[in-house]
Design a protein around this ligand. Structure first.
Ligand code: SF4
Ligand code: MG
Length: 272
């Protein structure tokens, strides 16, 4: 751990995350995945938008970019097109990725650009005080929905797959080891890869959220999820109500930067 801290974290701690926040667990899972893969830190770029999770790149020792709210993916797209040999990882929150950045999310998936998006899904806008997001469960309470959220939530994994992402996975802060392994697989995948990291926002800067306390959130993740492998051995009734975790979708498809390079070559008079 000491070694990882020295190698991958900027000496800028303390961070701004609340006690009990899951963001540190997700960030550590990403760092461990990068370390396991032995990625070149000078050729790994981490991009984020705005929100609590989007602070993570500022704590990490890579080339990083902290951009505008919801706009991490367009910045990352530009970086990947300019530096195709770089691994580009985007860190986003549920509001950042699916509300303000929702359009960018579906179009990055449609293009199948070789970027890995990790969504820290705490089902809420943590930084601004616990407002509901497109991933807040139906009828869950939030500061802007004191009687329950009447909007239905997106299923992030289904949204990613439906929009064209070629790698989709989900895990939780309780399953930190599995989460890290999935992030590593996502980074290796050629194309747009999405990992939903279910996490918790128990505090919201001094205000106790309507969600739950940190230990209860972890227990909830343990009790309400099932791995893809375990689910395959059960019948549908036994799996009903459980959230699937693991690798949910993987396919091979033409990658955007590679395809774009062919068009450029053709435009310059070469063969496609
Ligand atoms: Fe974490 Fe929520 Fe605090 Fe943000 S507001 S640092 S998500 S606990
Ligand atoms: Mg959030």
């Amino acid at each position: 751990m000491e070694e990882l801290l020295k190698k991958y974290y900027r000496p800028k701690l303390p961070h701004m995350w609340c006690p009990g926040c899951g963001n540190g667990i997700v960030t550590a899972a990403i760092v461990k995945a990068i370390d396991k893969l032995g990625l070149d830190q000078d050729k790994t770029t981490i991009v984020s938008g705005i929100g609590c999770s989007s602070r993570a790149p500022g704590y990490l020792h890579f080339d990083t970019l902290h951009t505008a709210h919801g706009r991490a993916l367009p910045f990352a797209t530009g970086i990947k097109l300019a530096k195709p040999d770089h691994k580009v990882i985007v860190i986003s929150g549920d509001g950042d990725a699916t509300a303000i950045g929702g359009n960018h999310f579906i179009h990055a998936a449609r293009r199948n650009i070789d970027i890995t998006l990790i969504v820290y899904n705490n089902n809420i806008y943590g930084m601004t005080g616990g407002q509901y997001s497109p991933l807040t469960p139906h009828m869950a309470k939030a500061t802007t929905a004191p009687y329950g959220n009447v909007d239905r939530a997106f299923d992030l994994a289904q949204l990613a797959k439906g929009a064209g992402a070629t790698f989709v996975a989900r895990s939780t802060t309780y399953h930190a080891k599995q989460l890290s392994e999935l992030v590593a697989k996502a980074i290796l995948h050629e194309g747009f890869s999405v990992v939903e990291a279910m996490t918790g926002c128990p505090i919201s800067f001094g205000r106790q959220n309507k969600m739950a306390k940190p230990a209860a959130l972890l227990a909830w993740q343990r009790d309400n999820t099932i791995t893809v492998e375990a689910a395959a051995k059960l019948n549908p009734e036994q799996v009903a109500g459980k959230i699937l975790i693991g690798l949910l979708h993987e396919e091979a498809a033409p990658e955007y930067v590679t395809e774009y390079a062919k068009v450029i070559k053709q435009a310059m008079g070469g063969e496609r």
